[in-house]
Design a protein around this ligand. Structure first.
Ligand SMILES: [Zn+2]
Length: 203
């Protein structure tokens, strides 16, 4: 039987100091951590908030991602792929269903298609010059409408390995948008070749 929210909080609080701060995480000791442990401290642990705040798009009529169903670099009838502006890593792409679905509500056929598209997007990103690896993430805490993240890690930057990459992206200077657009177009062309669909929304 899982702990209730308050039981979990009390369980975690028992590991904190007199300011409700947890000790530094193991991740901050990793070689790939963007932060030195000296001078770093954890924010005080806050109690659970029940019920949780609504996410963006709980009401599909107010979902910004639904309004952008024709925006992107690649489309088929059910999915679209767009580039995330302002990225610091060479390329961040996002795959969305064109209609309003949360991950847990995705019909089986679309879930299967998402697996294929995700695999191929990673493959096509990793085929770009100077990309060491493409990471794929799904969080879902901020918005209802499913959006899968694809982060391209610059080749050779072993310091950016793993789960700190989105934090490094937040720290690094913005990557030139014209270069990212050109790489997004290459991925989109490769996706048309591997998976059909089109560069325009009238797929
Ligand atoms: Zn939506």
């Amino acid at each position: 039987m899982a702990m209730t929210p308050d039981e979990f909080y009390q369980h975690a609080l028992a590991a904190t100091d007199d300011e409700d701060r947890l000790p530094l995480s193991r991740m901050t000791g990793w070689e790939i951590s963007p932060f030195e442990q000296d001078g770093l401290r954890v924010t005080p642990l806050r109690p659970p908030v029940m019920p949780e705040a609504p996410r963006h798009g709980e009401d599909p009529a107010e979902c910004g991602m639904c309004r952008k169903r024709d925006t992107g670099f690649w489309f088929n009838e059910r999915w679209r792929l767009d580039r995330v502006a302002g990225a610091a890593v060479p390329l961040i792409l996002m795959l969305y269903p064109r209609d309003h679905y949360d991950l847990a509500d995705l019909p089986d056929e679309m879930a299967a298609e998402m697996g294929l598209l995700g695999t191929r997007i990673v493959r096509h990103m990793q085929a770009l010059p100077h990309i060491g690896r493409a990471h794929m993430y799904r969080f879902g805490d901020g918005a209802v409408h499913l959006h899968l993240w694809f982060f391209a890690r610059p080749e050779g930057q072993a310091q950016f390995f793993g789960s700190w990459l989105p934090v490094w992206d937040d720290l690094l200077p913005e990557y030139p948008a014209d270069l990212a657009d050109a790489d997004a177009a290459l991925v989109a062309d490769a996706l048309v070749a591997s998976s059909g669909g089109s560069r325009t929304p009238e797929a």
